[in-house]
Design a protein around this ligand. Structure first.
Ligand SMILES: C[S@@+](CC[C@H](N)C(=O)[O-])C[C@H]1O[C@@H](n2cnc3c(N)ncnc32)[C@H](O)[C@@H]1O
Length: 582
């Protein structure tokens, strides 16, 4: 049973008021989603769904819908735009007065005599006033939702754009005031300090969960999932199998539990040896097309991300016949690309998107490029992005929807801490821009390209992608998701090591880090991967692994070494005390 329906069942089993409210809202969301499938250019439906998302506590998804609605107002206004006819026709249905309730909330200032374009309630085109009401509502929802997420720069930007169109709009002015207040607090500035848009932080956090309506996420623990994954694994890691693994529950920071004999554990998946594996023997060899390269003119294979061979006569490298800039390291990669993704992006002018980013946006650029590759794979294979093999079964570090809910009751505790990084630019604008460049209709394909689909893919990438640094300047410029490699859990005393260069290769260590014990893996043992440099001291390892792992590493080596450090500190203090006494 998909985990999504499990969470829906949990919801129905409790019957207090807030659960009923949530169920009602989820039902309205579904009805609006169905209506959008019938009428995908109807900006009023997007705005109505945005409000339902706000009420459900998903400001990111509200912003996504308000942004699509805003783009549709442009379509209505510009006759030369691709979806002008469809968007105008859809809005025209609301032309009889009074305007739909959702637009009525978009209070225009008294002096906003936006005028009419000559058509009106009974005209052939929606009135200019109706379009202005709609765009004002979009700006209001966008700015307030992005403010709630913490994407302050974009929130401010939408406020300014809205106020330029309807100066004096009360809601927008109010939101702008809140943004400035929060920005001053976050930047540690005085209450009357000037705020400029470039000062504002744009990264926030949103809910990381299997959405209650997500029917694509499988139950990874079911017999069917495990046997399917194990069948696929046989070519990649013939001596291994995927099983349920018991892992320490990760903590946010240092704690005294390092010294406990028993610590809390949870069940996840892991990779195990089915047969003995000799020291030095290859454990896994995996090829992935889910790769990204954030350098514009870098000589890496478009498919596998490996360094290209020198481009001289007789080179094995192959370029695409239709877009010569796209080069593959050999015929195999070219064929794989053509079979699984390349035609969806061939000659579509997307090469410069998210390339050569500022230093502080390197991670985001790699993640959005991975998303772009996933969207191309899905488009070319005509499947839902979340059903693409490479992502369907991978770990997303999801938190149950209930734990993410905002408690609206008067005696509620502090709000939950959301964990998925989010910004308007990388989570909404750029993915939609990539789709438009791919000639995909972002309205008609909403079920495949909703913002929650992007969020789900991002959650999975953030828990599993590996990156490679450029040897010239140390900047991570290539990233990949290897769905089977990433099933192997981390340990700071790993029994394997790995290297990614075109293929991900993992082999059994000849000696273990702890005590130089002999390597090799016996049948039944778990494959212990490493996500960080295991030669670092415990504190550094734990700090480094925290990002990749999602918490403070609690492996045996870390706990023992931190315990030993604790003892050493005490001994040092004792010795110092002794010195003073002498
Ligand atoms: C790349 S996935 C590993 C496979 C994952 N266990 C699964 O079920 O697909 C990384 C996640 O596994 C978990 N994990 C891996 N190694 C761990 C460890 N040593 N201790 C606790 N959790 C670990 C963490 O939740 C981490 O975010």
């Amino acid at each position: 049973m998909p985990s999504s329906s499990l969470s829906a069942m949990e919801d129905t089993s409790v019957s207090d008021g807030s659960d009923n409210r949530t169920l009602l809202l989820l039902d309205t969301r579904q009805q609006l989603t169905d209506a959008l499938a019938e009428s995908p250019y109807d900006l009023v439906l997007y705005l109505e769904r945005a409000l339902v998302y706000s009420d459900l506590g998903y400001p990111d998804l509200a912003a996504g819908d308000a942004y699509r609605a805003l783009l549709l107002t442009d379509e209505v206004l510009e006759e030369s735009f691709e979806y002008h006819e469809q968007a105008s026709e859809a809005l025209e249905r609301y032309s009889s007065s009074p305007p739909p309730a959702i637009l009525g909330l978009g209070t225009l200032p008294n002096d906003s005599s936006t005028g009419s374009n000559g058509s009106g309630p009974s005209g052939s085109k929606p009135s200019h006033e109706l379009v202005t009401l709609a765009s004002t509502r979009c700006y209001q929802i966008l700015s307030l939702s992005l403010l709630l997420i913490g994407s302050l720069r974009s929130a401010y930007n939408f406020c300014e754009r809205g106020l330029a169109s309807v100066p004096g709009n009360k809601d927008l002015l109010e939101t702008k005031g809140y943004i400035e207040k929060i920005a001053r607090r976050r930047l540690g500035k005085a209450a009357d300090a000037e705020i400029t848009i470039n000062d504002l932080p744009d990264r926030g956090k949103v809910r990381r969960e299997v959405y209650p309506w997500n029917t694509h996420d499988p139950d990874r623990f079911s017999r069917e999932s495990l046997s399917l994954l194990n069948r696929q694994l046989q070519d990649i890691a013939p001596k291994c199998e995927i099983r349920v693994a018991s892992l320490p529950v990760l903590l946010d920071a240092e704690s005294e539990t390092d010294n406990y004999d028993i610590i809390p554990t949870c069940n996840q998946l892991g990779l195990f040896a089915r047969e003995d594996i000799a020291p030095g023997e290859i454990v896994l060899k995996e090829y992935s097309l889910l790769t990204a390269n954030n350098r514009h003119k870098e000589s890496t294979c478009d498919a596998c991300g490996s360094e290209l061979p020198p481009l001289k006569p007789g080179s094995q490298a192959v370029s695409c016949e239709d877009c010569h800039d796209t080069v593959f390291c050999d015929e195999y990669c070219y064929q794989q690309a053509m079979e699984f993704y390349h035609p969806a992006v061939c000659d579509k002018d997307i090469d410069s998107i998210a390339r050569d980013p500022d230093r502080n946006e390197i991670d985001e650029s790699l993640y959005v490029l991975l998303l772009g590759r996933l969207l191309a794979m899905a488009a070319h294979q005509d499947v839902h992005p979340l059903d693409v093999d490479h992502v369907k079964y991978i770990w997303g570090d999801f938190i149950p929807s209930r734990a993410n809910d905002i408690d609206l009751s008067p005696n509620a505790g502090p709000p939950p801490e959301w964990t998925l990084p989010f910004s308007f630019r990388y989570s909404i604008e750029m993915p939609l821009h990539i789709l438009e460049k791919m000639d995909i209709d972002i309205y008609a394909t909403l079920p495949k390209h909703d913002v929650w689909v992007f969020n789900t893919a991002y959650a999975k990438f953030r828990g599993t992608a590996s990156s490679r640094q450029n040897p010239r300047d140390g900047r991570p410029d290539v990233a990949a998701v290897h769905p089977f490699w990433c099933l192997a859990n981390h340990d700071c005393n790993p029994n394997v090591t790995w290297e990614w260069g075109g293929r991900m290769q993992m082999w059994a260590r000849k000696t273990r880090v702890v005590g130089n014990a002999p390597g090799g893996i016996t049948a039944g043992e778990e494959i212990l991967n490493h996500y960080c440099d295991v030669d670092l001291p415990v504190q550094k390892r734990r700090e480094w692994a925290a990002g990749a792992l999602g918490g403070w590493c609690m492996c045996r080596r870390c706990r023992e070494e931190s315990g030993m450090n604790g003892k050493m500190d005490v001994e040092m203090e004792d010795r110092a005390d002794g010195g003073v006494a002498e």
